[in-house]
Design a protein around this ligand. Sequence first.
Ligand SMILES: [Zn+2]
Length: 271
Amino acid sequence: MPELPEVETIKLELEGKIKGKKIKEIKIKLPKIINLSVKKFQSILRGLKIEQIKRRAKLLIINLSDNWNLIIHLKLTGQLIYNAKPEKHTHLIFYFNGGNNLLFNDLRKFGWIKLLKNNDLEKLLIKEKYGPEPLEKNFTLKIFKNLLFKKKNKKIKPLLMEQNFIAGLGNIYAQEICFYARVRPDRKKETLKENEIEKLFHGIKKILSAAIKRKGTSIDSYLDIYGKKGNYVPFLKVYQREGKKCFRCGEIIKEIKLAGRGTSFCPECQK
Ligand SMILES: [Zn+2]
């Protein structure tokens, strides 16, 4: 599933390509992915201008003229591809004035696109109760400690993946952050020492920033808007490396199930 770095990459790329453009037409092949009737969705969107592209947690938010917004969740396998030919899994196409297009492809069909007025977008964000954005300056060590203090009886890796704890982390980066901090992913948060909490905090900032710089991680189907894979896979230290040697100490990376998700770690250097 695309996590913060992948959605952020798409956001940055879209900014350079579709900001300022006007929507000319929309083709919808799979109506269940949108929140309105096909006719209504099309008639509202025709002629609207793309004003801003934002991200909150794993949501992509496109501010349009007239107080409208497109909210896109890529879920497991969604892709937004710019100026490409539709394929088997293309479910929706935006056409812009000037001849460019943007495809929404989704193999597993869990992704969705909502067209909402500003106040309904606000309501949606309040309902989701997202935690802080980890790369923003106001996400500080102090805030991280406070958030940790509030959560009781939690194991650190599943906790990192809770969207109302910190927004945007998923299965890949939560594992990488634990490795960075030398903390076993199944450690109870009550057992974490001060220096481990600090390392987790720095790991969150460092690993997410590094992954954005490399345009994300392509394991399954994630592609950027040019149809290119993210370049972070060679930098993964534990995710899907079970049975391989730890880059840090040479021990064999182990895999366990944690809250139903496969989770890899080094039994030697993560304690
Ligand atoms: Zn190791």
